[in-house]
Design a binder for this molecule. Structure first.
Ligand SMILES: *Cc1c(COP(=O)(O)O)cnc(C)c1O
Length: 386
């Protein structure tokens, strides 16, 4: 019998300690493990290569994503780079044009060194995708929902087309987590996470994960992670495992609040547009409803011409002006100067990221408090602009 996701998260490593019967899995900080004798290596020998605490987390995330295996990395960026390390020299990567700014910077930097070739395409444009895939890329990089505009790419259709040309497919699933989206079931070969976000969920760890659909790919990932030393620290894995236990209940509540915040913001004249896939006005609403099992807890919005953006963010009490997302605390970010500052102004414009855009990560505060806070700060922003 296959356990459901809530049960996988809750039970991972529970009551598995043979030494003392500790109910919660112990934290193994040891860098090394003794050999029983010559040629008698135990399951673990050195923590860069393998660690029991990290393995418990990796197994849980692999199960949640429906993959054959996973590697826990030191950050989301080292997870992205670990996927790139699987490619042969000079391989062509096609990436979504509105990918995470840090991924964009890494693709660009690896391309400048001649290690990969990179091209971007609007993955919602079938012709652009066709032209990109005609060049026989080695890898298609999908991120959906996109950051910060919450555009949705059709994973199943893209994976099918990419595979027909021999490309592998990677999906960055950070924004939804396996609770709300299962890319491997839709045809992905790799799923990448910044576990910094929803999987840990408490904004006190930076970490990442790569899940592989195929056992051979999982083995290769493990080999490279050990070889280059990008595996995550045991304490970080222990904290992330603790966060993972409440992933479902956190996301359920956070996305219910996000839906309310999005609905309220779209009623206000000081807001020009709200980008939230749960709104029927969102251009990809139907695809999101079909592909995801929920609309998530991230949204963004653009201020109307008569509102001052600085006055808004300065007057918010419950939204810290900060990067990152997916924690229990609500955050607001200004993509043009923060998350997407590493992108060139041209690339930002092409991706539709204007100076009046704000991105919100909705936390676990009471929805009425968050809405009241936004309404009051917006009224200041309008008064200031007058
Ligand atoms: C944060 C993030 C990353 C990078 O993860 P780090 O843990 O910050 O290194 C990659 N992709 C997405 C979508 C992210 O939000």
């Amino acid at each position: 019998m296959v356990d459901r996701d809530e049960t996988i998260s809750c039970r991972a490593g529970v009551d598995s300690d043979s030494a003392h019967g500790s109910v919660m899995p112990p934290l193994y900080l040891s860098a090394n493990y003794s050999f029983a004798d010559f040629n008698e290596k135990r399951e673990y020998d050195y923590t860069r290569s393998g660690n029991p605490t990290r393995s418990t987390l990796a197994d849980a995330i692999a199960k949640l994503e429906g993959g054959a295996g996973a590697v826990i990395t030191s950050s989301g960026m080292s997870a992205v780079d670990l996927v790139l390390a699987q490619l042969p020299q000079d391989a062509l990567v096609i990436a979504t044009h509105d990918c995470y700014g840090g991924s964009w910077r890494l693709f660009e930097a690896r391309a400048r060194k001649g290690q990969i070739r990179i091209q971007y395409a609007n993955l919602r444009d079938a012709d652009a995708v066709g032209a990109a895939l005609a060049q026989q890329p080695a890898l298609l990089w999908i991120e959906t929902p996109s950051n910060p505009l919450m555009r949705i790419a059709d994973i199943a259709s893209l994976a099918k087309r990419a595979k027909a040309t021999g490309a592998k497919v990677a999906v960055d699933n950070t924004f939804l987590s396996p609770v709300l989206q299962k890319p491997i079931a839709l045809g992905a070969d790799y799923v990448v996470h910044s576990t910094t976000k929803y999987l840990n969920g408490h904004s006190d760890v930076v970490g990442g994960a790569v899940v592989a659909a195929a056992a051979a790919d999982a083995e290769e990932l493990r080999w490279w992670a050990n070889c280059t030393g990008v595996t995550g620290a045991p304490f970080d894995s222990w904290l992330t495992l603790r966060g993972l236990r409440t992933l479902h209940v956190r996301l359920e509540r956070q996305q219910a609040t996000a839906a309310r915040v999005a609905a309220r913001l779209s009623e206000l004249p000081s807001v020009a547009v709200v980008h939230y896939p749960g709104l029927e006005t969102h251009p990809d609403h139907e695809l999101a409803a079909r592909q995801q099992s929920g609309f998530g807890a991230m949204l963004s919005f653009e201020l109307a011409a008569g509102a001052d953006i600085r006055t808004l963010t300065r007057n918010l009490r419950h939204f810290a002006l900060a990067e990152s997302l997916g924690g229990i605390e609500s955050l607001i970010a200004h993509p043009a100067t923060m998350t997407h500052a590493a992108m060139s102004p041209e690339a930002r414009r092409a991706a539709g990221i204007g100076d009046n855009l704000l991105r919100v990560s909705v936390g676990l505060e009471h929805p009425d408090d968050l809405i009241a806070d936004l309404e009051l700060a917006l009224s200041h922003a309008v008064a200031r602009a007058r």
